[in-house]
Ligand binder design. Sequence first.
Ligand SMILES: Cc1cc2nc3c(=O)[nH]c(=O)nc-3n(C[C@H](O)[C@H](O)[C@H](O)COP(=O)(O)O)c2cc1C
Length: 337
Amino acid sequence: MPSLLERLGVELPVVQAGMGGGLSRHELAAAVSEAGGLGTIAVSGADAIRRELAAARALTGRPLAVNLLLPFARRDWFEAAAEADVLVTFWGKPRRRTPGVWLHQCGSVAEAQEARAAGADGVIVQGVEAGGHVRGTVPALQLLEQTRAALPAEYPLLIAGGIAEASDVRLALDAGASAAVAGTRFLLAEESRAHPTYRQRLVEASETILTDLFGAAWPAPHRVVANSATKNWLFRSRRSSFVGHRATKDERRLVRAPQANRALNRLLAPGARYTPPEVQQGMMRRQRPDSRLLTPAGVTDDGPATLVDAGALYAGETVARIGDVRPAAAIVRDLGL
Ligand SMILES: Cc1cc2nc3c(=O)[nH]c(=O)nc-3n(C[C@H](O)[C@H](O)[C@H](O)COP(=O)(O)O)c2cc1C
């Protein structure tokens, strides 16, 4: 029986994860879809979604996805996203918001069951090794196995976390996934909008940190590569009292930001979705590695270069196995078996 993505006309079991704040825009999504995978646009605001979708449609006639984060998306963003072939949502109570194909990314079996009950056409199970914001608490293959056992055999499950090479995709499909979702590998595609220095840092990196440091208005765990901000806040003694945490080789353990940072982040969270874009831009520009408030904004090639050391260098554990920046089509071909 053809899989959900095959029925949509996606040839290969390869999905490029939505990478928010404009890291994945039309150039990347269109290149992935054109090569036979499913490309995903992740931008904020209804106008930006429509603009990026139109630009991608001009480059490919193949299916395209739009990704939205539930805590921040507003009604008109969903209306714009409904024009995509697939809506992928993440973070928060799953609820059907568009009539078309809807996938929800989950971090637990309970969340996957909730998404299915809410009418999701399939779920993406995210493992703890994933890059960006991390909902999963166990390795992706483990969560896949648990979710497979809990949901009907024919229900589409996709997997995110740990996907960088064809052998990863093979393992995932053999374990019952209908497709594999990769973020970090596609962040290191020529068409992504990651800042060039961010990409260089990732190419050189071999370790990641799971932390909540970049939690202004969104105090949630995320996986990043070290930079001046993480060195300043997470791994340093300040005055006589130790407020950070010892450097750890355990990449799966949450390294918490100092208590005062976390308190500030929590305080700001309720108003986050109402913060005007100009205010958010100003915060990003002023942000320094020693700022107590560190926004979760991604480091894009058209944003302030200061964010490379003051912002979040999101990346998954696969970063240790990725050593180059390549065209998205070549990545899709390599992953696509
Ligand atoms: C740079 C970056 C940004 C991300 N932003 C989002 C996002 O905006 N929305 C979302 O649903 N997932 C986001 N994710 C998580 C992905 O959906 C996916 O779970 C993750 O990339 C899988 O792990 P991998 O990066 O190791 O492939 C992001 C991941 C990365 C690496």
